[in-house]
Design a protein around this ligand. Structure first.
Ligand code: IMP
Ligand code: MG
Length: 185
């Protein structure tokens, strides 16, 4: 198994999450907020984030899967911008009339968040915002803006702090790069 190379340390992550939580607390002062994390990658980020948000808050999870192969080495086209995303687990509670913050690990092509945004807006929340820990701006195919971004990162395949390669490395405390894995085309 390749040894991952450090990109963002646990200390940098913790510091940035504290700043993001303060911003969310300020922006949503006096409101109830429902955080919806995208399984499985965002689970680690969500649990660290919500514990620093000083608001009346609750959280839930949603699951999606992309058709085609997962990101990996020497793979040709993995997915395109036509919307090959499907829901594998819906939220447990109604979003209607609620202030929802969708929490995702990484914004890459934008396909996943564009799909989820459309889906969640259909539930008629009072407001919908997006928080992502990482943003690979160079690879965007669909226009999706996150309201809260932890770090903008270069076009490299990252693992750790919830992010995986073939279900491995999710438990690494830091965000690292895997050099022999290329992002999907
Ligand atoms: P998008 O739909 O292309 O924006 O991709 C979002 C999803 O792709 C994320 O939720 C991740 O599951 C996965 N992904 C994209 N880039 C990476 C990466 O560098 N490491 C691990 N997973 C990634
Ligand atoms: Mg994911």
């Amino acid at each position: 198994m390749e040894k991952p190379k450090l990109l963002i340390s646990r200390e940098q992550i913790a510091k940035r999450i504290t700043e993001m939580a303060k911003q969310i607390t300020t922006d949503s002062a006096g409101e109830r907020v429902l955080f919806v994390g995208v399984l499985k990658g965002a689970a680690v980020f969500l649990t660290d984030l919500v514990r620093q948000v000083d608001l009346d808050a609750s959280f839930d999870f949603i699951g999606v899967s992309s058709y085609g192969n997962p990101p990996g080495p020497k793979q040709e086209k993995v997915w395109d911008s036509t919307g090959e995303v499907r829901l594998t687990k819906d939220v447990d509670e109604s979003l209607r009339g609620k202030n929802v913050i969708l929490v995702e690990d990484i914004l890459d092509t934008g396909l996943t968040l564009a799909f989820l945004k459309r889906l969640l807006l259909g539930h008629q929340p009072k407001s919908l915002r997006i928080a992502v820990l990482l943003d690979k701006t160079a690879r965007r195919k669909l226009t999706v803006e996150a309201d809260y971004v932890g770090f903008k990162i270069p076009d490299e395949f990252v693992v750790g702090y919830g992010l995986d390669y073939a279900e491995q490395y999710r438990n690494l405390p830091d965000i690292c790069t895997l050099s022999n894995v290329s992002s999907p085309a």
